[in-house]
Design a protein around this ligand. Structure first.
Ligand code: CU
Length: 156
């Protein structure tokens, strides 16, 4: 038995339980987060993830942050006259039980004013803030493109 392997898991569970009891943890679940790797000359990039609201009440996500960028905005993509245009959303709303998929070509987190472009394989820390003061933080892997779909147009 390797107690040094078990201990971190136990302490992590204790921390999670503590966060729930303290009421600091947001009632949403985040999965499949990733950040797009772009050329290092780019000042901005996007992050994608799936957000679930497993509760019986509506949840409003009022903001997001990361330590590698000045600010994070919610954007949605809309086609106007054949062009893909990004529009800022002030907040994200999740109805009871709703799943929201932030994916390329749709709604995404925009990381603006990067200190530097993160490298492929790096883990980026992101936090979402929920109306009511709770937050949920997670790490997102940096990739060139998403796992499942890859609708990318490369210009050389
Ligand atoms: Cu954007």
């Amino acid at each position: 038995m390797n107690i040094f392997r078990i201990f971190p898991v136990v302490s992590l569970l204790a921390l999670l339980a503590g966060a729930v009891l303290a009421g600091n943890s947001a009632p949403i679940a985040v999965s499949q987060p990733w950040v797009r790797a772009l050329p290092p000359t780019q000042a901005n990039t996007a992050a994608y993830l799936v957000i679930d609201n497993p509760t019986g009440v509506a949840v409003t996500i009022t903001g997001a942050s990361t330590d590698i960028a000045e600010r994070v905005e919610f954007h949605t993509t809309r086609e106007v006259d054949g062009y893909q245009r990004m529009e800022q959303l002030q907040q994200l709303e999740l109805a009871p039980g709703q799943r929201l998929e932030l994916a390329p070509g749709g709604t995404h987190l925009m990381l603006l004013g990067l200190q530097r472009m993160p490298a492929v394989g790096e883990q980026v820390q992101l936090c979402l803030y929920v109306a009511g003061g709770e937050e949920t933080c997670f790490s997102a892997e940096v990739r060139r493109e998403g796992g499942q779909s890859s609708h990318e147009h490369h210009h050389h």
